[in-house]
Write a protein that binds this ligand. Structure first.
Ligand SMILES: Cc1ncc(C[n+]2csc(CCOP(=O)(O)OP(=O)(O)O)c2C)c(N)n1
Ligand SMILES: [Mg+2]
Length: 701
């Protein structure tokens, strides 16, 4: 071995580091090769390589610190992950799907990084979606540095959040939403775009009108740099500069690195189908691992024999790690539903809920009760943050002279004034951004409470809710959690709300494992459930029915602090022994009116159950009631087909069949959209008459 003197430097890089990183790059390539051969033996089930990205990853890792900085790496970041401390054995545990795999215990595909000890945040598969949680993570850094660490959080003095993606993923809106947030708030966030020219079979020329480094040029305060990512030494120089600048408080940077993709996109792809032989040959000439090795040999820092010996040694090491990984345990099939969620532990004192809450407060309607509870929660827990569109009171310079907005329904009124703009703030008008940033804040131990202004506009955030927030716990096997209370104004009966201010749709979210859903119909339930939601370690969709916010019939005396309602506990709002009516939200009151009419007109006593939470829902309460009434009617505002009533009915049919004396009936909105004109709206949404009619039909069956 050529013995470099300890202080030797080549192109600004200590030779010892360059040699170690050649070893690392070779290890990364050897892991890819080993996984590919193991897949041919069916011992690995999928493979996606980092080949061509090694010099970039190894070079960047030198300037970042595992366990100090925060990482949202792309799937081609094997070399980076090895560089910050993930071991080849751990990588191969994931490839074989072992229960001992620290990233997901066999749940995720290979190269979906995650390592709690190294601050490598569990990664999902949707390309680009990682950018928003990464922005939220960087936002947590900035906020915690300003406010000082809060209970259950930690922050380093100069920590950086690293997020990477391909040039293809730069086409995703989430990338652009994150750039807006990062530059608006000058976040300590490093974007690395590893541009290998291809997104599966789509060339970069079909992806965007210009390279990403040109496209992002208009973002103020974004330091944009380009680098030949196949040149290890060039990467070292630029990485040192941009990372140092971010650590010093300069704000976000984007490094656009050109790399290669010598192997196909993944084991499911054959790139010779769409790439020419000449293209592949030209790319091979700039292979980053060969290039680093050649440069070290040419500089007299390594002999050819030593390079060969190094490659052999690395291959042996990787083979040994693979053998060890293959011997490691596979997941227990019984663990499949572990770590989907953990119900909030609301403590033994409230297990007996819903006993009547004790209170000395006057009655308030549901909207005001929620507002008061938010004040209470922000006062009690410094980690709670409220943000969204229009949630703040007013810009600080005019706050003293105006009343303040505090949300389009006034539910967040006074939060900014009382707790300051650090705790309650407006966001850009971007729902994916609101929820995605919330995910990043939650991952850092804060308690984000983002607001989605109208349920009708929740859809841009669907990916962040479904693929990010709701999967964090499961996909990391509990290594990470996402405690976040998403408040959303939902529902119709507004006489004029029309199609985009009237939507329900809780059933769509009930289909998402990992998401808790509350849907209260009265003030005290909203308080008790919101308190429970803030104790949850998982995302909660907290549905606030717009029509109910100010209705006098929702009013209750504001409950004392100890009143917390566990999720999954329904409430019998009216007792009866002739039929069971299960409902929630705005149809609770309508059902109570229909039940009263049925009693007086038909002599039928209807038991009305308000489920209060949709995920989980109180199956036991429904089953108990059916054992006495033998008839089931489910009523909801959402349209009938595949509404949540279908789930309640299916479950009852399966589990309570012996108790039933009649077919299960449902009342819901017509299978159409909600109209603007009031008579049309009335015809579409379920009314008291419809419910009364269904009760009459069911009890005469
Ligand atoms: C939102 C989303 N759409 C599609 C896919 C399928 N997919 C996986 S990787 C990929 C191409 C990504 O290209 P690029 O970002 O350039 O990264 P590269 O694979 O080239 O490193 C696609 C389309 C996905 N995972 N997520
Ligand atoms: Mg690409």
């Amino acid at each position: 071995m050529v013995e470099p003197d300890c202080g030797a430097v080549h192109r600004g890089v200590p030779v010892a580091e360059a040699l170690a990183d050649l070893r690392l790059a070779l290890t990364s390539r050897a892991i890819d090769d080993r996984e590919i051969s193991m897949q041919k033996q069916s011992r690995v089930h999928f493979q996606i390589s980092s080949a061509g990205h090694e010099a970039l990853g190894a070079g960047l890792a030198r300037h970042l610190r595992g366990g100090h900085d925060w990482f949202f790496p792309y799937y081609r970041d094997l070399a980076l992950c090895l560089g910050i401390g993930v071991t080849p054995y751990e990588v191969l545990l994931q490839a074989v799907g072992s229960a001992a795999d620290p990233s997901s215990a066999g749940r995720q595909m290979p190269s979906h990084w995650g390592h709690a000890g190294l601050n490598v945040v569990t990664q999902s598969s949707p390309t680009g979606s990682q950018c928003l949680p990464a922005a939220g993570c960087a936002e947590a850094t900035a906020m915690l540095q300003r406010r000082g660490p809060l209970p259950g959080t930690r922050v380093g003095a100069d920590e950086v959040t690293y997020v990477s993606l391909g040039e293809g993923a730069c086409s995703e809106g989430e990338f652009w939403e994150s750039l807006n947030a990062a530059t608006l708030r000058r976040l300590p966030l490093l974007y690395v775009v590893a541009d290998n020219g291809w997104a599966i079979s789509v060339p970069a020329s079909e992806q965007a009108a210009a390279p990403v480094s040109e496209l992002v040029a208009g973002f103020p305060g974004l330091e944009v740099r380009t680098v030949d990512g196949t040149d290890y030494f060039a990467v070292r120089r630029v990485a040192a500069e941009v990372v140092d600048a971010i650590r010093a408080g300069a704000g976000p940077a984007l490094l656009h690195a050109s790399v290669t993709r010598p192997y196909s996109h993944s084991s499911a792809d054959t790139q010779s189908k769409y790439r020419s032989a000449a293209d592949l040959a030209a790319e091979a000439a700039r292979d980053p691992v060969a290039r680093l090795e050649a440069e070290l040999v040419d500089a007299g820092l390594l002999t050819d024999d030593e390079a060969t010996a190094l490659r052999d040694a690395v291959r042996r090491e990787v083979a040994d790690a693979a053998t060890e990984a293959l011997a490691a345990p596979r997941p227990d099939p019984a663990s499949a539903t572990d770590q989907v969620w953990a119900l909030p532990d609301v403590g033994p004192a409230t297990d007996a809920s819903p006993a009547e809450p004790t209170t000395h407060e006057p009655a308030v309607a549901m909207g005001e009760a929620i507002r008061l509870t938010l004040h209470e929660q922000l006062a009690a827990d410094p980690r709670v943050l409220v943000f969204g569109e229009d949630v703040a009171d007013a810009p600080p310079d005019v706050l003293a002279e105006v009343e303040g907005k505090g949300g389009v329904f006034g539910i967040t009124a006074g939060l900014q004034r009382t707790f300051g703009p650090e705790r309650c703030f407006n966001t850009p008008l971007a729902e994916a951004g609101i929820i995605g940033r919330g995910v990043g804040l939650a991952l850092r131990g804060l308690r984000p409470c983002p607001e989605i202004q109208f349920f009708d506009y929740i859809w841009p955030a669907m990916q962040q809710l479904k693929s990010e927030a709701a999967t964090v716990r499961w996909r990391s096997n509990g290594a990470f959690t996402c405690p976040m209370v998403v408040r959303v104004a939902i529902g119709g009966y507004l006489t004029g709300g029309a199609i985009w201010h009237s939507q329900s749709g809780e059933s769509i979210f009930a289909h998402v494992p990992g998401l808790l859903i509350a849907f209260p119909s009265r003030a005290r339930d909203a308080v008790g459930l919101l308190r429970a939601a803030f104790q949850a370690d998982d995302p909660v969709l907290f549905c606030e029915h717009k029509h109910l916010l100010r209705q006098p019939y929702t009013a209750d005396p504001f409950p004392d602090a100890g009143f917390v309602i566990p999720f999954g506990q329904g409430d019998v709002r009216r007792q009866g022994d002739d039929l069971t009516l299960v409902t929630w939200g705005a149809t609770v009151e309508k059902s109570l009116q229909a039940a009263a009419r049925a009693a007086s007109h038909l002599g039928v006593e209807t038991e009305v159950i308000d489920l209060r939470t949709i995920a989980p829902w109180d199956r036991e309460l429904v089953a108990d009631s059916l054992s006495a009434t033998h008839r089931l009617l489910v009523v909801h505002e959402d349209n009938l087909t595949a509404g949540f009533g279908a789930e309640v009915a299916a479950w009852a049919g399966e589990h309570c069949f012996a108790d039933l004396d009649a077919p299960i009936a449902r009342v819901g909105a017509l299978d159409t959209h909600v109209a603007y004109e009031p008579t049309l709206e009335r015809a579409i949404l379920p009314q008291v008459d419809d419910i009364f009619g269904a009760i009459a039909d069911l009890c005469t069956y």
